[in-house]
Structure formats: C-alpha cells, structure tokens
Design a protein around this ligand. Structure first.
Ligand SMILES: NC(=O)c1ccc[n+]([C@@H]2O[C@H](COP(=O)([O-])OP(=O)(O)OC[C@H]3O[C@@H](n4cnc5c(N)ncnc54)[C@H](OP(=O)(O)O)[C@@H]3O)[C@@H](O)[C@H]2O)c1
Length: 425
C-alpha cells in the first residue's frame, strides 16, 4: 500500500517522520511495507527530509495519483478538505483523516460516498489524539450495548481549568488562557476550544460510533468554560467536587443525549484526576461495565500514532472493511434529547443582598418547583452581598430553568445566576 500525505503541518510532519522512524518495526508487525508515494504541501517542514519524496504543491494531484492507494487528509478546515476527500474517494482511494470538524459536519455524506466507491474512511486521530478510543468502541467493546460515554476531550479547556484549580490560584480565566496561548496549548483564536465547539465535534463522532446513529452536530448542546470563575472552583472544592469540561452522550435505545458543558465531578472520581492537557474517555458497556481510556489528546507524535494506526488497519484489512465507517452496518436515527429534557443535579451560585428572609425566599421558590437542596453554603461576597451556593437534587432541566428565572427576578438577586451541572456516573 502506498500513501499520499496532504498537509505537512503538525500532524502531517508527525505522520511522515513516524513512518520514517518506525517503518521497519511497522513492517515487522504487518508483513508489508508502507511507502510514501507523494506529499502534497504548500511549503516544506523543517523536520521533514523531503529530498527523496515526490512533492507536489497541489494537494488535489495526490487525490488523482494512480500510485497512491490511501490519501491522508491532514490539512484541516472543511472546504478544501471536503473537496479533497470526496475527490480521493471518487478516484477509489481510501482516506485517513484527523479532521473532526470535517467528519462531524460532513461525515454522513463522506461515508455514503465511500460506501458507493467501496473504500474506507478512517478518523481515529480526530478524537482524543493518541488514545485509540474509536478502535476501543468499534472493536474492543463491539459485543456491548453502550449505555453512556463521557470524556475530557479538549486539552486546552482541561489545561485552563486545571491551572485555575491549583491551590491558591486566583488566576482568572482570561489570564490562564493568555498563558496557555504563550505555551502553545491554545490557538490565537481560542473560540473553538474554550466555547466547546471542538469538543462538540469530537463528541458528535463518538456518539455515532457508540450508538450507530447518524452524525448530529446540528443537535448537540454546547457550552464552553469561559464563564467559569475561580470562585466556582473554590466553592465546588468545598462541596467535594472538581470542575471539568465534559462531553457526555448516552442512550436508552430510543433517544440519545448529546451534550458538552462544564460539570461538577466528585473529587474522588477518576475523571477529576485528569489534569493539564491530558484527555480521558470513559465508556460504559452492558457487558464490560465502565472502562477508562487516558492519554495525550493532541500533539504531533500522539496524533500521528493514530493516523498511522488507521493506515495499518486499512493495509491489514487489505482494503476490505467488514464494517461501515461508523462501525455499524446500519444506522438507527434516534431522536436527540433536547437539553431541557435532561435530568441532573446542579450547582447554582447566586449573588444576593445579605438581608433577613432571603434564604427563605430562595428555598420557597425551589420547593415550589419540587427542587430540594442537597448542600448549601453561604459566603460573604462583597460589601453587603453574599454568595449563596446550592447543590440541588436531580431535577428536570426545564423545571430548574423556570426556578432560575424566578430566582433571578427576586429583588435581592444581584447578578446572573451561575449553573453548572453535576456529573452523575
Ligand atoms: N495538532 C494536533 O495536535 C491535532 C490533533 C488532532 C487532530 N488534529 C487535526 O489535524 C488536522 C491538521 O492539524 P495540524 O495541527 O497539523 O494543522 P497545521 O499545523 O496548521 O497543518 C496544516 C497544514 O496543511 C497545509 N494546508 C492547508 N490547506 C492546504 C491546501 N489547500 N493545500 C496545501 N496545503 C494546505 C498548511 O499549509 P500552510 O502552512 O501553507 O498553511 C499546513 O502546513 C486538523 O484537521 C486538526 O483538527 C490536529
């Protein structure tokens, strides 16, 4: 099998060098050579020795090259990348990509084209970098009905939350984000990472791999970490929780929950121990029970490891896949549950005037909506104002929204009410 690499950035150069460095070991594993037939890049990369490579400045030439069996789409974005992938598929090439946006937003169309052409599209590197999570779910857990899957799948957000959580840290979100940018952990435009969009792309794909449902990026509930304060982290810690940004998907067989948002995670839960830029995904299967996968979610080496593993899988299967691209032979179009229909316990932080009777009014409103209080702390905030922090029992989001609206309209309520859902697994 001969490959064509399109894009020689962080991931592309990693894949190029991994094949050079580990080629002999890979051949020893699979009994065949994987050679690079062509590289499509607009410029070279200082770490890549292209002296003996066939290099083209036009990536679309790679898609049509008769010497190429597998096209590696490592350019990113969704316009040229989609055109490149569809062109390669039409030319009868298998495709390996690391592009979560492309698969989450256009995967159904791409997979349909691949099925028509009888080629494979693989995307392990698109989710959680070096962690073989797609393989674990598609293959290792293939005998299970998956109940739920939850993970820390954006290293930038996890790094920021971990830094904000360091004991004594009073660093606000914006300051930590700036540090993360200086260290190269966050992009100059961090929106995709900190507003949850990158995690939403990844969770969309994971949900389809877990439940065999079409890709529903249009229906995912997405919330990022930009509103989390160090005070929320402190209060959560006092109540026995860490704050983590999670992607959560579950299904009862009828409908699918699909949501990405910050969560309170019990301090002794394994996901609360995942720090810095690391990623972790927990999957619960009815036979295997909960399993946890942990590792580097990004970076040249980890991502290239997943890209080349996909290439190896295609070579080993001799290009004949017994599974459709999401790991199911037929998809089941389950309803995606609206966020107002989910039930969770929640952390609420209110800033109120510290006056007699306020607490009574707050608990009356909550009880009128059949919401009970599991834990409560009150702290002086500033001047005559106090923070009231509440953990509710399990409550329907719709009921909590109604209660929050009433709480917000109390004359003693000074500020927007913060709400963070509590993870319940
Ligand atoms: N970096 C990671 O850790 C990581 C992890 C998981 C997944 N991914 C995914 O992997 C993909 C690549 O990411 P990356 O970090 O490697 O990005 P990157 O460092 O920006 O590399 C992308 C490369 O593609 C080239 N390129 C873009 N459009 C092109 C075109 N039309 N023709 C020729 N070359 C083109 C760029 O060339 P120029 O330099 O000339 O612009 C650049 O060298 C993305 O989909 C990303 O989401 C990355």
């Amino acid at each position: 099998m001969r490959i064509g690499i399109c894009g020689l950035g962080t991931v592309g150069s990693g894949a190029f060098n991994l094949l050079r460095d580990n080629g002999a070991e890979i051949t020893r594993r699979i009994g065949r050579d994987i050679s690079i037939a062509q590289v499509g890049c607009r410029r070279g990369h200082p770490d890549c020795d292209l002296s003996s490579a066939d290099v083209t400045r036009d990536i679309f030439e790679v898609a049509e090259n008769p010497d190429v069996d597998i096209v590696l789409e490592l350019i990113g974005g969704t316009d040229d990348a989609k055109r490149l992938v569809l062109q390669a598929i039409a030319a009868g090439k298998h495709v390996v990509t690391a592009n979560k946006a492309l698969i989450a937003e256009h995967g159904d169309e791409i997979f349909a084209a691949a099925a028509k052409s009888g080629v494979q599209v693989r995307y392990e590197a698109a989710i959680a970098g070096g962690i073989p999570i797609v393989k674990a779910v598609r293959e290792g857990l293939a005998a299970n009905r998956i109940g739920w899957l939850a993970g820390i799948i954006n290293g930038t957000s996890n790094y920021i939350l971990t830094e904000m959580s360091k004991p004594g840290s009073n660093a606000a979100f914006a300051a930590v984000l700036k540090d993360a940018q200086d260290l190269g952990y966050a992009e100059a435009d961090p929106t995709f990472d900190v507003e949850g969009i990158d995690a939403a792309h990844k969770l969309t794909i994971l949900s389809s791999v877990a439940f065999g449902v079409p890709l529903r990026f249009d229906a995912i509930y997405t919330e990022g970490i930009s509103e989390i304060t160090t005070q929320d982290i402190e209060y959560a810690r006092e109540l026995g929780y860490a704050i983590r940004h999670l992607g959560i998907t579950s299904s009862d067989g009828d409908a699918v929950e699909l949501r990405v948002h910050p969560c309170l995670v019990a301090m002794d839960h394994m996901l609360a121990q995942v720090n810095g830029v690391m990623n972790a995904v927990m999957v619960s299967g009815d036979a295997a029970g909960p399993t946890l996968y942990y590792g580097a979610g990004a970076g040249s080496g980890p991502t290239a490891s997943a890209v080349i593993a996909d290439v190896i899988d295609i070579v080993r299967s001799k290009g004949v896949d017994t599974l459709a691209n999401l790991g199911f032979t037929a998809l089941d179009d389950r309803r995606v549950v609206d966020i107002t229909e989910i039930t969770t316990s929640a952390y609420l932080r209110l800033m109120v005037a510290d006056e007699p009777g306020v607490m009574a009014r707050i608990s009356t409103i909550l009880s009128q909506h059949k919401i009970s209080i599991e834990a409560l702390i009150q702290k002086n905030a500033q001047g005559d104002d106090a923070h009231v922090v509440i953990i509710t029992n399990d409550v329907l989001e719709k009921d909590l929204n109604a209660a929050m609206e009433e709480l917000a309209s109390l004359k003693e309520t000074k500020d927007e009410i913060a709400r963070i859902r509590v993870a319940a697994f």
